[in-house]
Design a binder for this molecule. Structure first.
Ligand code: ZN
Length: 337
C-alpha cells in the first residue's frame, strides 16, 4: 500500500465533500519544505515522503481534495524538522528563505507566509524577511527552542519580542500550544490571556483549534477564551467533529479558518483521541506494522475536511459563515483581496 496515494476511496470522499464547499477556499496552514533539509525519521507520518513538498506540490495535492478551481491560496510556513546535529538557527533561516522564495516564484498571488521563530532568533534575524510583502507574521515552534518540550509554557519557547513585534506591526502569529491539557491547561489559559491583553494588535491564530485533538480538553477548556478579542483558530489536521461543533457554539464563525497541515494532509490515516492522549493512527504507527487489510483509510486531510463539513452542517452555519471559514476570514485577517 502506498500511504500517500490519492486512491479511489480518497477520490470518492473528496467528490462528496466538494459538493458542500463554497467557490473559493484558502488553506490557512500549510508547510512547504525541501526534503533534503528535513529529518523525516523523527515523524513517522512523514518518513516516506515521496517527493519534495514545495508550494507547487501543495497545489497539486490540495487541488485533489478541494477542486483545482476553488483553491485560491494559502498561508505557508516551513516544516520545523531539522537534523538535531545541525545548527538550528541556520536551518531556520534557510527554511524561511526557502518558503519566501518558493512563494515568490510560485505565482500564488493570493498567498502569504509566516517565519519560523524560536528562542534562538533575535529580531535582527527576521528583519530582512519582514520587508517582503508576502511575509505577514511568525510561526513559533517548541522543537526549535533548546530545552523545551511538550510540557513547556508559551513564554518558554516564544520570546517576548515576537509578540511585541507582531503587536507593533499588526502581524499574525500561528501558535501550536503545548501541555497535555491543551486548551484546558491552566497555564495556557493564563498565558494566552496575558499575551493577548498585553499585545492587542497581534492576531493570534491557535493552530488545530487550540490543539483540540483530544476533544475533552476542548469541552473543558474552550469556554475560558471567549472573552479574548484577538484570538482565531485554524481547523488543520483536526478530525474531531465534536470539538468543532463545541467551538462553533462558543465563538463567532468569523474566528475560524480551514487549513490542511500539508503535507501531513496527504498521508493516509487519522488523528484520534485515546484516553487523555492523541494518537496518529496510520500504517507504521500501530505496533507490529500495518492496519488490517479490510480497513479502508483515506488522506488525513480528507478526514479533517469531513469532520469540518459535518460540524458545520450540525451547527447550522449560514452560507456566508461557511464562505468565511473557507476563504473570507483568512483573507480579511491577512489582508488578501
Ligand atoms: Zn502544522
Amino acid at each position: 500500500m502506498n500511504d500517500w496515494n490519492f486512491d479511489e476511496y480518497c477520490a470518492k470522499t473528496a467528490a462528496e465533500l466538494q459538493l458542500f464547499l463554497p467557490s473559493r477556499v484558502f488553506d490557512a496552514h500549510a508547510h512547504p519544505g525541501e526534503k533534503s533539509e528535513l529529518d523525516l525519521k523523527r515523524v513517522s507520518i512523514l518518513n516516506e515522503l515521496p517527493q519534495d513538498v514545495g508550494i507547487a506540490t501543495w497545489r497539486e495535492f490540495t487541488s485533489l481534495h478541494v477542486g483545482k478551481e476553488r483553491l485560491k491560496g494559502g498561508l505557508f510556513f516551513a516544516l520545523p524538522l531539522f537534523d538535531e546535529q545541525a545548527d538550528i538557527r541556520q536551518s531556520m533561516r534557510r527554511a524561511n528563505d526557502f518558503v519566501v522564495s518558493d512563494l515568490r516564484n510560485s505565482g500564488e498571488a493570493k498567498s502569504k507566509c509566516l517565519l519560523l521563530v524560536s528562542r534562538l532568533l533575535k529580531p535582527s534575524d527576521v528583519e530582512e524577511h519582514l520587508k517582503e510583502d508576502c511575509v505577514c507574521g511568525f510561526k513559533p515552534y517548541v522543537t526549535l527552542s533548546p530545552g523545551c518540550d511538550a510540557s513547556s509554557r508559551i513564554s518558554d519557547f516564544v520570546p517576548d519580542w515576537v509578540f511585541a513585534l507582531a503587536h507593533e506591526r499588526e502581524l499574525v502569529i500561528t501558535l501550536h500550544i503545548q501541555k497535555h491539557g491543551a486548551l484546558s491547561d491552566a497555564g495556557n489559559i493564563r498565558d494566552i490571556h496575558e499575551i493577548c491583553k498585553k499585545y492587542p494588535n497581534m492576531k493570534l491564530i491557535l493552530a488545530h483549534c487550540g490543539c483540540s485533538f483530544n476533544v475533552y480538553n476542548t469541552l473543558n477548556g474552550a469556554k475560558y477564551y471567549t472573552d479574548i478579542d484577538n484570538i482565531y483558530f485554524d481547523t488543520s489536521a483536526l478530525c474531531e467533529g465534536l470539538a468543532l461543533t463545541h467551538m462553533f457554539k462558543l465563538f463567532a464563525a468569523n474566528r475560524f479558518m480551514w487549513g490542511t497541515d500539508f503535507p501531513i494532509s496527504v498521508r493516509h490515516g487519522r488523528f484520534v483521541g485515546l484516553g487523555d492522549f492523541v494518537f496518529s493512527l496510520q500504517n507504521n504507527t500501530v505496533d507490529g506494522g500495518n492496519l488490517p487489510d479490510n480497513i479502508m483509510t483515506m488522506h488525513q486531510g480528507l478526514e479533517s475536511l469531513r469532520a469540518l463539513v459535518y460540524a458545520i452542517k450540525e451547527s447550522g452555519l449560514s452560507d456566508s459563515e461557511v464562505e468565511g471559514i473557507f476563504y473570507d476570514n483568512a483573507a480579511n485577517l491577512l489582508g488578501i483581496q
